[in-house]
Design a protein around this ligand. Sequence first.
Ligand code: FE
Length: 235
Amino acid sequence: MQMLLLRAVPYSVLIAPFVCPCKQQVCASKQAIRKFKEPPKFTFSNQQTMKLTAFLFLSVLTVATLQSSCQNKAHLSENIDVASTNTDSLTIEKSTNPYYSHTDTSTLYISNAEWKKILPPDVYAIMREKETERSFTGKYWDFMGKGTYYCASCGNKLFRSDAKFASSCGWPSFFEQLNPQSVVYQPDNTYGMRRTEALCGRCGGHLGHLFDDGPPPTGKRYCMNSISLDFEPDK
Ligand code: FE
């Protein structure tokens, strides 16, 4: 019996904190535990509820706006990445392009999937996906050789070098297209701007944009991507 009591002493030390000597103390302990476990109850007045709702609405609106802005920036940076490619390394594979011709003027209706098999990646990105090369990086922006500029995708005649002028924009610029069928147009309202897109009259490939701030006699500025052009010098 004595041994049994001695063994029970350590266990009584462990149990003691949970056994109160009186009923009142037991209740106080339970209340303390309950206060610890239960979260505090908050009540909102109508004014506070309206403020909280307005705050959440503005937060959601701000996050949505930032996300949209980032997507636009990402798309713009994608343009820059494509455009930063060294255009000197580009070669227009005319021998493997069955649609390339300086004499055939028939309109082409070729799918982008087909063009993707034929065109170099940089030409495809700009002419079929309407990307833009970075200014002052193209091989023709400050080039003044005498000759003819053709479409890099289909060989359609686009411009004569006589119509090219030195522009400070960083892209090859012309004030006149070679003939009425060379270049066609369509509205371009992307990136929050209203512009006129210039496309090849034969294959519909993206060339650049047309502006009304060019020199006489036309007052037009055909702002082109070098990658969309294929130059052949006069013989
Ligand atoms: Fe073309």
